[in-house]
Design a protein around this ligand. Sequence first.
Ligand code: GDP
Ligand code: IMO
Ligand code: MG
Length: 429
Amino acid sequence: MTSVIVVGAQWGDEGKGKITDYLAGQADMVLRCQGGSNAGHTVVVNGVTHALHLIPCGILNPDTVCVVGNGVVLDLKVVLNEINTLEEQGISCRKLVISEKAHLIMPYHYAMDEYQEALKGDNKIGTTKRGIGPAYMDKTARQGIRLLDLMEWRPFLEKLDYNLREKNAIFASAGLPVIDTAAREKIVAEYAAYRDQIAPYVGETTYLVNEALADGKRLLFEGAQGSLLDIDHGTYPFVTSSSTVAAGSCSGVGIGPTRIDRVLGIAKAYCTRVGAGPFPTELADAAGENIRQLGHEFGVTTGRPRRVGWFDGPVVRYSALVNGMTDLCITKLDILDSLPEIKVCTAYSYRGKVTDRLPSTLAALSACTPIYETLPGWQADTTGCRSFDELPENAQKYILRLEELTGMPVAMVAVGADRESTIVRREVF
Ligand code: GDP
Ligand code: IMO
Ligand code: MG
């Protein structure tokens, strides 16, 4: 038995999809545990790019069972589109199982996401507007609609009507269009159709996953978002609404923490963030624009330009801590190939003192000035390298310095978007 959690070590988009797909070849089961279609995970295989939002990236391996766990908030329109697209491409979703306990994203969650962002004005989070926060709000308020409610139908209608009463009161007081009888009927018809289409994929997953573990199967947990977007451990309130750290993977499928063998943190060789919130090493200048262009740093889900900055040592060290990380994978090393010099943040200067800790308040984090160390670039193409020894000497030194700074062994390095462009220093499974 080996179970490995893949977790984002920064603010998301670290390359979790690519690494999950790579490791899925050695796994029996790949699981999404939290988040929803705010996630955009890219996999490139044989020159074809797949952007997946809800279906685990293990789906490209025909023998891998893919589980969407109870912790995920499910947008049925997105997931059905994804299934159709994959099937059209000849990729079978036969081995996909979606937990009946997963909560549904409803049209009013989209409206609520828009409304809450508008209400926040200058303080808006910059959400993906996929209804994620409002869906998790209903879940924790114990009024969410689960997939099993939809399958049973009557509970779906009852819960829908309760939620419409509540949401309509809010929409009406805000002067927004309410969901009237005609709009309700449209939702009912839409979800009745989804129910039929999703039925073959819905199942019980808690026993399924635990039995797979008991049978000695290899499980790979595909984290979504990043640790600094975690509802508890991230840069609150500029975070997402789920537990994105490794612990969230356990509760998101119903296994205990004692069953986890490795936690593989994924970090870019630099750093990006989409949406608002503090980002100490952000480069709001030509150097940042250069890396944005080199790295094609535009969101998979929203197309928004990603904010770009240097590798932040304290951030990844903090991630290592809150995740119980055992290994690190550095992605997009190749994006730095042309740079003459590369900076890394080793610590912060805060009120005249040097600290390597992340403060808890946004104000304090915003007042932290990064302390940089400048390393020489390698100015050579790394995209063809398939072993650590093949990397240019300065690229090797860069990786070794990141190991020192984060206190984590770098088990893997990615030097390109496609599956093959991957260096393994230490086997994960
Ligand atoms: P995720 O959300 O963590 O799965 O990451 P995204 O897919 O949102 O963003 C990562 C982007 O970088 C995608 O376009 C990937 O195809 C790409 N990518 C991942 N690893 C590498 C790498 O090592 N080199 C390059 N050039 N691109 C990479
Ligand atoms: P993957 O899995 C990057 C960010 C949004 C916003 C904040 C809250 O592809 O790494 P939400 O819609 O979740 O309420 O938005 O979180 N965010 C992500 N940023 N990658 C993601 O997922 C993200 N999912 C959410 O940009 O700042
Ligand atoms: Mg992404």
